[in-house]
Design a protein around this ligand. Structure first.
Ligand SMILES: *[C@@H]1O[C@H](CO)[C@@H](O)[C@H](O)[C@H]1NC(C)=O
Ligand SMILES: *[C@@H]1O[C@H](CO)[C@@H](O)[C@H](O)[C@H]1NC(C)=O
Ligand SMILES: *[C@@H]1O[C@H](CO)[C@@H](O)[C@H](O)[C@H]1NC(C)=O
Length: 417
């Protein structure tokens, strides 16, 4: 009887704690903006850009984030008219609370009339050799009347020299009608970044596109696990109800062991996490012959369990953005994907409203980087320019998970490893 009571108590405590407030806040805000502004060459150029409609501040929203050494990189997609630059850098240490975005690598890349420059950048992923892989959707005004000006394109930028060293348009046979190519993760495995691949998510046509650097070829997997779930496509956030049917979105790479490495992934409008071996998706001969290789992990995260981005640190701990709960969650990838092994490590209904991108950097020790951007409010023109709407935040993964079930090592309860 006593044993049974203890079991019930444990079940109650664990099922409750995934949704409960964390004990400590290991997350901090580096920068915050009411509205985004850029470092224009001169005040006159800024005024001119406002006059001719090239710069309309209320339409600028930060989306993707990456960090390399003393800089963070932020993308600002051209979703509405008036976004003068689509990729920028910021110092990691600035005295300012709301610093100006410096177009990266220079203004020239943001106003080319042809597809040699940038069109609308969504997200970035930096490899182990200091090359930033950048996903450009090629499409402008997606929230107004979308125009596809250029093919979706992968760019490679050397962060040592600040030069674009590669431009790889995704071949049209892998881009379907209404594809929305939104996210990427680079898989580099040694200090020379040989045998490098990039995995790219098509959220609206439910595909996983693979890029192989050695011969610059692409291929594409389709799979039913890349689809959204109907009930998870109905969102309510801070009283705002909206429907998004986004498929494959978040991807994170597990540890490299014995020549293989898992890719964890999920649809955005979903409560489920899946995994596939990268040895499978790196093999183009498996494109029509791998349906059983994409596997469901454990439990559903529940009705408000939608996740945008996720990333895994060197310890094998995944951090993920819970977009309907103003929260960051954690999971130790060595454990089963069960609710009692998931925790919320940060939650805030003001600073963490729609955590959108999340990356873990290459430093020692590592930090996680998060952009929160109130995207649903932006979509419905409800951004209040008098409030802080956009934040660059960082989190120490070790501090965040300390004493929680996400900590990889045996704890006082003694039930890990
Ligand atoms: C595209 O634009 C760049 C920079 O403005 C220019 O150098 C290049 O010649 C143009 N290419 C074409 C094909 O028009
Ligand atoms: C969608 O969510 C709203 C708000 O919670 C709810 O009223 C509505 O019934 C939901 N629709 C479906 C089909 O579940
Ligand atoms: C945020 O949470 C606090 C504390 O729980 C609460 O008092 C406040 O009303 C909440 N604000 C919003 C916008 O939900």
């Amino acid at each position: 009887m006593l044993l049974r009571l203890v079991c019930i108590a444990v079940v109650l405590a664990t099922s409750d704690s995934f949704n409960s407030f964390p004990q400590r806040n290991a997350i901090e805000t580096l920068y915050r903006w009411k509205q985004i502004d850029y470092a224009f060459p001169s005040p006159q150029r800024r005024r001119l850009a406002i006059q001719n409609g090239e710069f309309n501040q209320i339409n600028v929203i930060p989306l993707g984030i990456e960090r390399w050494q003393d800089r963070v990189f932020v993308s600002t997609p051209r979703w509405k008219k008036g976004v003068p630059a689509t990729l920028s850098s910021l110092p990691v240490a600035s005295q300012e609370e709301s610093p100006l975005l410096a177009p990266y690598p220079s203004w020239d890349w943001h106003n080319a009339d042809n597809c040699t420059g940038f069109t609308s950048i969504y997200r970035m992923s930096i490899d182990d050799c200091g090359v930033m892989w950048v996903l450009d959707s090629g499409q402008v005004e997606a929230f107004e009347t979308a125009r596809q000006l250029c093919p979706p394109t992968l760019f490679a930028i050397s962060l040592a020299t600040d030069t674009v060293v590669g431009r790889f348009p995704i071949p049209s046979e892998y881009v379907l009608q209404n594809s929305l190519i939104t996210n990427l993760v680079v898989d580099s495995r040694d200090a020379q970044c040989r045998d490098l691949h990039v995995y790219i998510a098509d959220a609206w046509r439910f595909g996983l596109i693979v890029f192989r650097d050695s011969d610059t070829s692409f291929w594409r997997f389709n799979h039913y696990s890349f689809y959204p779930e109907p009930l998870l496509s109905n969102y309510t956030l801070h009283g705002l109800n909206y429907q998004w049917s986004d498929g494959l979105f978040g991807m994170s790479l597990g540890q490299y062991q014995l020549g293989d490495r898992p890719l964890y992934y999920h649809s955005m409008s979903s409560s489920l996490e899946f995994v596939v071996k990268t040895s499978v998706i790196r093999d183009p001969s498996r494109v029509n012959n791998a349906v059983d290789e994409f596997k469901l992990l454990g439990d559903s995260r529940g009705l408000r369990g939608q996740v945008s981005a996720a990333a895994i640190d060197r310890n094998g701990v995944m951090l993920f953005n819970l977009i309907s709960q103003d929260s960051i969650g954690c999971w130790d990838t060595r454990k089963e994907y069960k609710l009692h092994n998931l925790r919320i490590v940060a939650q805030n209904n003001e600073t963490l409203v729609f955590p959108n991108d999340l990356r873990i950097d290459h430093e020692v020790p590592q930090l996680g980087w998060i952009i929160t951007n109130r995207l649903p409010m932006y979509q419905f023109n409800l951004i209040n320019p008098n409030e802080y709407n956009y934040r660059v935040m960082f989190i120490d993964p070790n501090a965040a998970i300390e004493g929680t079930v996400c900590q990889p090592f045996e704890n006082d309860h003694g039930y890990y490893l």
